[in-house]
Design a protein around this ligand. Structure first.
Ligand code: CA
Length: 225
């Protein structure tokens, strides 16, 4: 069975270009040209990934992303947002909508395919961990995170970090530990990536529990409280 990708894009020239290239790479492609149509399609059918344009007439990409990530049924669908400008990427990250990846138009088609593959691979790794992990008020059920029984959207990276911390509540993880376990790459010491993800995870948990679940061990790393 072919991997099915939903492309949400209102500009026909772009959606046709993407469709043509994805099909050439063996994917099945469905195009939606409005946000409303995209939301109806994900409700009715199952897709492996969504490519989502930010600027859409009517319901825009931000709203589509928010709705998909807040819906139990679709929350784990990987979303790559397509935007026209870098500032828009800042806006998406700022809003913490839970998109899994971002690309600026015009994009290189090889890079788009590489990102699609990376995101599909990441999801299939996650879904293999077919278990429920509970720690105090937090429950991770497959790729869904519930805090006090409220479904909270987490990006796949945040989910991986949280899962790792919760699996070993006694352990202190250094930034290097976390970085190398999550990305399988050698840690770059000036990298603030981990700090940023940890601060997003903290905020999401605190918003509901009013508690800081992650302890910073100065000069060493992080551990769950
Ligand atoms: Ca557009």
């Amino acid at each position: 069975m072919k991997t099915k990708i939903l492309v949400v894009e209102d500009e026909l020239s772009i959606s046709e270009l993407i469709k043509f290239n994805l099909e050439k790479s063996g994917y099945e492609v469905v195009v939606a040209d409005t946000g409303t149509m995209a939301l109806e399609l994900v409700e009715q059918f199952t897709y492996s990934l969504m490519l989502l344009d930010l600027m859409l007439p009517g319901v825009d990409g931000l709203e589509v992303c928010r709705k998909v990530k807040l819906n139990n049924k679709t929350a784990s669908l990987p979303i790559i947002m397509l935007t026209a400008r870098n500032e828009e990427i800042d806006k998406i990250i700022g809003l913490e909508l839970g998109a899994d990846d971002y690309m600026t138009k015009p994009f290189d088609l090889h890079e788009l395919l590489a990102r699609i593959e990376a995101n599909l691979k990441r999801t299939s790794n996650t879904s293999c961990q077919n278990d429920t992990l509970t720690y105090r008020d937090i429950e991770i059920n497959n790729s869904l995170v519930y805090i006090k029984e409220v479904l909270v959207p987490f990006t796949s990276t945040e989910l991986k970090i949280l899962r790792l911390l919760l699996q070993y509540p006694q352990k202190i993880f250094s930034k290097q530990n976390l970085y190398e376990s999550i990305w399988n790459e050698t840690y770059a010491y000036d990298d603030d990536t981990i700090n940023t993800h940890i601060s997003h995870i903290r905020k999401k948990i605190k918003a509901i529990t009013n508690e800081d679940y992650i302890q910073t061990i100065w000069g060493i790393g992080y551990k769950i409280k």
